[in-house]
Each structure stands twice: as C-alpha cells, then as structure tokens.
Design a protein around this ligand. Structure first.
Ligand code: B12
Ligand code: SF4
Ligand code: SF4
Length: 270
C-alpha cells in the first residue's frame, strides 16, 4: 500500500493526504471494498473480485483526493449455494452470515482454549485457517493467480509435516514462523490444532508423537492429544492414555483422558 501511495503521488506530481488501513485497523475492509466496487459480497461473506475471485487481501487508502466513484457492480452469486453446502461445520448459517463459533478459521486461529468437542471431528486436517468455502467457489476456479512475489507460496508452509510441529519449543516456533501470520495461533494453539488434525487423520503412526504430547507443558495441548489418541484408538493409544491417567493432575485434562479411554474408535470419514 505504501508503494501504491508513492506511485499515486508520483503520477499526480503533488503530495496527497493519505492514510493506509490493512486488516487490523478500525476500517471494515469488506464493506469498504464493496462500496469502492472492488467486488461483490459472496454468500461465504468474502468479497469476490471479477478478475481474482476472492483470493485477494483487502486494504484501504483514505485520501482527500477528489475521485469519481466507479459505477456499481451488477454481479452477484446468483442461485449458487456451493459454499453453504460444502462448509464442513455448517458455519455459513444463511447466505452472507457466518457463525464464527463454528468457523474452522476462527477455531484454529482466534480461539484461545479448547475447541468444542463436537466440532473437533469436523475440523478435518486444517491447522491454521480454512479455505473450503473459497476452494469450492466456481468464480475462484477461473481466477488469475498473482505475480506479486510476496503472495507466492512459501516453502514448507502449504502442507507442513504435522508430527514435528508437536516437538517445537517456543524458540523453534518463533524462528520457524517468523514473519508469518501463523504466529497468531501461538505455539500452544498450533499444537492443539495439530493434535485435532492427527486425531482426524487417524493414522496409528502418529500415536507415539501424540503419546509424547500427553507430557506437553500446556494443559490445552495435553487435552487435545488425549482426544486424538481416543479417536485413533488401539492398544498403544489406550496404554498411553491409561499411563497418563496415573500422573495427570489437571482436572480438565483428566476429564479428557477419561472420556478418551471410553471413546468408541472413530469410523473413518465421520
Ligand atoms: C474478524 C475477521 C474474521 C473472522 C470472522 C469472519 C466473518 N466472516 O465474519 C474469522 C476469524 C472467522 C475470519 C475468517 C476468515 N477471514 Co477474516 N477477517 C476478519 C476481519 C479482521 C474483521 C471482519 C469483521 O468482523 N468486521 C466487523 C464486522 C461488523 O463487519 P462485517 O462482518 O464485514 O460486516 C459488515 C459489512 O461488511 C456489511 N456486510 C456484511 N455482510 C454483508 C453482505 C452483504 C450482501 C452486504 C451488502 C453487506 C454486508 O455489513 C456488516 C455490518 O456493518 C477482516 C479485516 C477487516 N479489518 O475488515 C478479515 C477479512 C474479512 N478476512 C479475510 C480472510 C481472507 C479470511 C479467511 C479466508 C482466512 C482463512 N483462510 O482462514 C477466513 C474466511 C472465513 C469466511 N468464510 O468469512 C479477508 C477477506 C478477503 C475477501 N476477499 O473478502 C479480510 C478482509 C482480511 C483482509 N484484509 O484481507 N475472519
Ligand atoms: S472458512 Fe471453512 S469453516 Fe469457515 S465458513 Fe468457510 S468453509 Fe466454513
Ligand atoms: S460458492 Fe457460490 S454462493 Fe458461495 S461465494 Fe462462490 S459463487 Fe457465491
């Protein structure tokens, strides 16, 4: 946005009063984008631009420049409801309305504390945010990709190995996710999400890593490791849960351990 403002002043040959807002300021990005005719509101609540679909970040320059408004956009989602039908948690409760408490993006990024038990199986293997309602959007299928270097896929970020993430300490986390929004989930939140994802993937190969996580310093991580082991099931998982029951002191983790020992093993695909 700074580059954009510099370019604007260069082109006009005169200084312009500007203020930049990006994501976390007081501006309401989507409402501003709709009024500025950047795109239309999709039923998944994202702004869809005619060229790039909803794969855009929104930001604003507020200025004292006299500008002629663009003509309103006539496009809408029409009768399409793909995003509503395909949201795994039913978070799009009506067209243009998200119940954040059910949205995987909220659960994996913003929520501090346990992910509600009934939603954990629906989170699938998402560990930071969710793009399903954008992936299924027919407009996005035809969208052009960006040539901006800062928006290119970063090495080892799009599909990270999950189990090693459980071994990260604070220093390793800060180093690995420096300059990445993943920092927002914090180490404890990311490891909580990794446990849920491993539980949902259901591979016996992840049992040793989850059993080790039953000794994690964070009670939140221990709770979700217990849940994941209960979901995966099998002798090794149950033995690890029983062993943890003998030494755990945190009441909430104890509750999760007890529930996990009794949990029926998940049928695949639920
Ligand atoms: C809080 C927030 C979230 C929350 C809640 C999202 C939600 N849908 O409500 C959570 C954590 C769940 C979230 C998730 C995501 N987010 Co978010 N989020 C924000 C944030 C920081 C604030 C939005 C907000 O709540 N504002 C306050 C409320 C009051 O405003 P509002 O919901 O927009 O509604 C007002 C108006 O927009 C308007 N309005 C709303 N709906 C409609 C519908 C119609 C038809 C009309 C006419 C008007 C209208 O009326 C409302 C009242 O004034 C914005 C950045 C920002 N500063 O705006 C990014 C932002 C909306 N997020 C963004 C993104 C990319 C995502 C994710 C895709 C990230 C991910 N991969 O996980 C997901 C998508 C989930 C989804 N389907 O929406 C982008 C959206 C880009 C785009 N193309 O639209 C934004 C703009 C960030 C950015 N700067 O680029 N996000
Ligand atoms: S981001 Fe995922 S969970 Fe949230 S509304 Fe979209 S599909 Fe549903
Ligand atoms: S999937 Fe369909 S309804 Fe949802 S945002 Fe895209 S076009 Fe609109």
């Amino acid at each position: 946005m700074r580059r954009f403002v510099d370019g604007l002043q260069e082109r006009l040959g005169t200084p312009v009063k500007t203020r930049i807002f990006v994501d976390d300021g007081p501006m309401n990005d989507r409402a501003a984008a709709e009024r500025a005719v950047v795109g239309w509101f999709g039923k998944n609540t994202n702004i869809i631009s005619p060229g790039f679909g909803s794969w855009i970040f929104l930001a604003q320059v507020v200025t004292d420049l006299e500008l002629t408004p663009d003509a309103p956009l006539k496009k809408t989602c029409g009768s399409c409801v793909r995003c509503i039908d395909d949201c795994p948690t039913g978070a799009i409760v009506a067209p243009y309305v998200i119940d954040n408490r059910r949205c995987i993006s909220f659960l994996t990024i913003e929520l501090r504390g346990p992910i509600p038990r009934e939603l954990r199986p629906l989170v699938g293997d998402w560990v930071f945010g969710c793009d399903i309602c954008q992936d299924v959007c027919p407009v996005n299928r035809k969208a052009s990709t960006s040539s901006e270097p800062a928006f290119q896929r970063r090495h080892d970020f799009s599909a990270p190995e999950l189990m090693p993430l459980l071994d990260l300490d604070q220093e390793g986390f800060s180093q690995r996710f420096r300059n990445s929004p993943i920092k927002r989930a914090k180490l404890e939140g990311l490891q909580r999400n990794v446990c849920v994802a491993l539980g949902n993937i259901g591979d016996q190969g992840s049992v040793p890593a989850l059993a080790k996580a039953l000794g994690n310093r964070s009670a939140l991580v221990r709770m979700h490791a217990a849940w994941a082991l209960g979901r995966i099931g099998g002798e090794e998982a149950v033995a690890a849960l029983r062993e943890a029951l003998t030494r755990e002191v945190d009441g909430e983790v104890l509750e999760e351990l007890r529930l996990a020992v009794e949990m029926p093993v998940a049928a695949s695909g639920d």
